[in-house]
Design a protein around this ligand. Structure first.
Ligand code: C6P
Length: 418
């Protein structure tokens, strides 16, 4: 039998970003003849060798479909897939395995909740509360729900520094609120939302709270029991894992009451032409062949993170952010978008007289990868009266030298573009 799929980072428990970089083979390469400076981890993080090797092992030595075959390979694949579920459960401190539903990403997880829990429980006039900083994935599913249920979307505004105060939530959440669906952390501004207070407030009115944890779980430890929310969603590819895998965590009683999202194999107990009987959660929500290797890869990414001193990682990322903000503020004509206290290492900015896309294109010629555009948050752009930003996002493998390269490239870009 092959070695079990586990992961030990090279920088185990004494966090050293320079050592960690050795785990990410992609960072060693050059782009346009320059050393790669990857500052787009909020879009997707790079993968450690441990995850890459685990994926190769899962396909190369241990691959078969899961939950179906009574033979050696299928049993191993099933064990690995289900142990990935246990790793996710432990990572977010969920009560039970049945609360962990694998999806193809956060987008699918939010759509699942809107299309099942939302359709089942909302009546015309009921309110769904969002904030102005939400990603389109946490806006459009609720608009689809509004179109079929007649519910009303209420929007909590964002302040100039990118914060969203609990007082602003208190003005919007009320007796008609049935669902509050908010980002844990903004993908554009890096703002951390006051999730605990929002949950307390929403629960006073009997509303359920969904937390879009796509960015939050990358930079903050998540304990769904301590958060006390009702749904928590995230994507594996932002958490050093593969694409094509995401997680919906929900309280057992909610998953039990919710209708299935899709029909197909694996989500039923029995099928006749008259009637089908659903399997228990989480199988009820995992119709068809699941993303087997992707789930296994995510599990190994979580092993990888567990092998690091995450408190030290947080300190490192915060130091990087502080350094980047200070240096960026000194670049002539550059304005930071999103400066709320307690934010994570994601920094948007605009440069006077330069389109963010042009800026990102020139930065790329200097080896610096950043994202530019509306970042799937057009209502937020509107709130700031801009159409786009350039965004640098920092992960555990970034170092101060990356910030220095960004600043040098920005100065060169200014000379070229103005
Ligand atoms: N944000 C970014 O560059 P998916 O595509 O399902 O993995 O994640 C969607 C999503 C939902 N919520 C938040 C807060 C997000 O940041 C994202 C993805 C990427 O900011 C791609 S647009």
């Amino acid at each position: 039998m092959s070695e079990p799929i586990v992961s030990t980072p090279s920088a185990a428990l004494t966090f050293d970003p320079l050592k960690v970089r050795d785990d990410f083979p992609i960072l060693a390469q050059k782009v346009h003849g320059k050393d790669l400076v990857y500052l787009d981890s909020a879009a997707s993080t790079q993968k450690p060798q441990q995850v890459i090797s685990a994926i190769a092992q899962a396909y190369g030595k241990e691959y078969a479909n899961v939950h179906r075959g009574a033979y050696y390979l299928s049993e191993i694949a099933t064990t690995n897939y289900e142990s990935a579920r246990e790793k996710v459960r432990a990572f977010i401190n969920a009560r039970s395995l049945s609360e962990i539903v694998f999806t193809k990403g956060a987008t699918e997880a939010i759509n699942l909740v809107a299309a099942t829990y939302g359709r089942e429980s909302l009546k015309p006039g009921d309110e769904v509360v969002l904030t102005q900083l939400e990603h389109h994935s946490n806006i459009v599913p609720w608009q689809l729900l509004r179109d079929v249920s007649g519910c009303v979307l209420k929007i909590v505004p964002v302040a100039c520094d990118g914060s969203v105060s609990i007082e602003s939530f208190a003005k919007v959440i009320g007796p008609k609120t049935k669902i509050v669906s908010i980002a844990h952390v903004s993908n554009v501004l890096g703002t951390t939302l006051p999730v605990n207070e929002v949950v307390q407030l929403a629960h006073q009115f009997g509303a359920k709270v969904l937390v879009d944890g796509c960015q939050g779980i990358v930079h903050r430890e998540v304990d769904v029991r301590a958060l006390d929310c009702d749904f928590y969603t995230f994507s594996g590819h932002k958490l050093y894992g593969p694409t094509g895998i995401g997680v919906l965590w929900a309280r057992s009683e909610l998953l039990e009451a919710m209708p299935p999202y899709q029909g197909g194999g694996d989500m039923i107990e029995t099928v006749t032409f008259d009637k089908s009987v659903w399997a228990e959660p989480p199988a009820k929500f995992e119709a068809g062949t699941p993303p087997i290797v992707e789930a296994i890869g995510l599990g190994v990414a979580l092993d990888y993170l567990n092998g690091l001193d995450r408190a030290a990682v947080k300190v490192h990322e915060t130091e990087l952010l502080t350094y980047a903000m200070t240096r960026l503020e000194d670049v002539p004509g550059l304005k930071l978008i999103g400066t709320a206290s307690g934010k994570v290492s994601v920094q948007s900015f605009v440069m006077e007289g330069v389109h963010p896309h042009d800026l990102a294109t020139v930065l790329d010629r200097f080896g610096v990868s950043v994202r530019a555009g509306h970042h799937c948050a057009q209502p937020l752009m509107e709130a700031f009266n801009i159409t786009a930003t350039t965004r640098a996002s920092f992960a555990l493998y970034n170092i101060k030298e990356d910030v220095d390269e960004l600043i040098i490239a920005l100065s060169r870009a200014r000379e070229l573009l103005l």
